[in-house]
Ligand binder design. Sequence first.
Ligand code: HEC
Ligand code: HEC
Length: 329
Amino acid sequence: MIEGYAVPDFVSDFWHLYIAAATVIGIVAMMWLLKSQTTRKLAAGEDAELMHPTWDGDLQEFNNPLPRWWMFLFWFLLLFGVVYLVLYPGAGKFAGVWNWSSADQYKQEKDRVDAQFNEVLKPFMGKDLMAVSADPVAKEMGQRLFLTYCSQCHGSDGKGSSGFPDLTDGNWLFGGAPDDIKASIANGRVGEMPGGLAGDDKGAKEVANYVLMLGGKPHNAALAEAGKAKYAACAGCHGEDGKGNNAAGFPNLTDASWQYGGSEAAITESIVKGRKGGMPAQMENLGEAKVHLLTAYVWGLGGGAKPVAPAPVVAVEPAADAAAPAPAK
Ligand code: HEC
Ligand code: HEC
């Protein structure tokens, strides 16, 4: 039985019984030890027995009974342990009569905080993302969320770094319209390119120069010419013209925005080794409200695109159809 982490994963009943027995026997043994050491009292007039000869001039050890305060403290701790093991998990896989688990407690606390947060965010939830992004309060909250959950990869200003895309430049791997950004954040993204498609390092360098040429950047013309044919292996994803495909996460290789670097060496490395970037999905951890706010914040960083307008609905003229002759049976 595995419910989250509510129950420790004992691989077999043997280990459960082993741990439970060791715990219980340990407590009972300590009770016995304590009792056996505290029942003997000094008879009236009896002096404590001297255990050892004298050390260091005048240091002596007597067999006195344990002090009462110490003994009660020990009993109290043992009983506390027993009560604890009855109420809470601790004895093997016995869950305790209160059925407490750290996972449940975490969930309860998270739900409580989320409920408070959602209350604060309610006014923004119904609103269009572009309207939210223009709201200064939402922007401030979005920025704090971004600094907490996103900045370690995308940078505190959202400009990214090698391997982590710039979210402010208007060049998108997966689209910059509000819905695209929201999907990137909510569900995560994985972009993967296999390595070695242009043969050896020399082939990769040639294709890299062809890529630089496609983007109108400084390149070695002879190498680019040699790389042209090899680029056929790339065109399926990045397009004949190198402009990629936003919807599929295939980057544009002709613009000034690079996830892994745009020098000849960096492009060659991308081609030789392949690349795999992963954007972790946030919906489960952050919830709808925070994702909504973060989307508005990212959209408002300056690179956001206008949402794609839905295709206008063209009224169908039924009359034209009705006038057509019925197909022969
Ligand atoms: C199967 C599809 C596919 C093929 C084929 C492919 N790529 Fe890619 N390429 C991608 C994806 C996806 C990424 C982005 C990886 C990521 O998001 O981490 C990428 C990234 C790159 C990058 C890094 C871009 C940047 O912004 O830093 C370069 C350069 C590149 N590809 C060049 C090539 C060349 C040249 C070829 C042909 C030899 C090629 N690719 C073949 C899918 C492909
Ligand atoms: C562990 C690092 C990491 C974290 C944390 C992270 N991201 Fe990302 N993010 C990435 C990577 C890597 C990509 C590019 C994926 C790829 O290469 O295909 C990406 C892509 C994106 C994209 C799509 C960019 C495009 O060009 O289409 C958006 C939007 C985004 N992240 C927003 C966020 C937000 C908002 C957060 C905070 C909730 C966040 N990311 C947290 C690593 C991260």
